[in-house]
Write a protein that binds this ligand. Structure first.
Ligand SMILES: [Ca+2]
Ligand SMILES: [Ca+2]
Length: 86
């Protein structure tokens, strides 16, 4: 994947990943990163390396602590859990 200029992306999930009450967007990339982008100008909040192509992320508060967790599948069949901070 040298010189990647096109990164196939999963569907986009809206989630407040930094807890500032403004919606951010989370998307998985074929390049092995899970990206969080700010709404508006699309500034990068973070890019989490998962090592393998990342599928459609979902968000939900599975432990009922009031903060959403993110779930992102990778090409090896695992579902990765990320505490999104909101
Ligand atoms: Ca936010
Ligand atoms: Ca939670």
């Amino acid at each position: 994947m040298d010189g990647v200029t096109n990164v196939a992306l999963s569907s986009v999930r809206a989630n407040d990943v930094d807890g500032n009450t403004e919606v951010d967007f989370v998307v998985g990339g074929y390049d092995g990163f899970l990206y969080a982008l700010r709404s508006g100008l699309g500034d990068l909040v973070w890019a989490l390396p998962l090592g393998l192509p990342v599928g459609d992320p979902i968000a939900g508060d599975v432990d009922a602590d009031g903060r959403s967790e993110l779930f992102a599948p990778t090409a090896d069949g695992f579902l990765n859990v990320v505490d999104s901070g909101s």
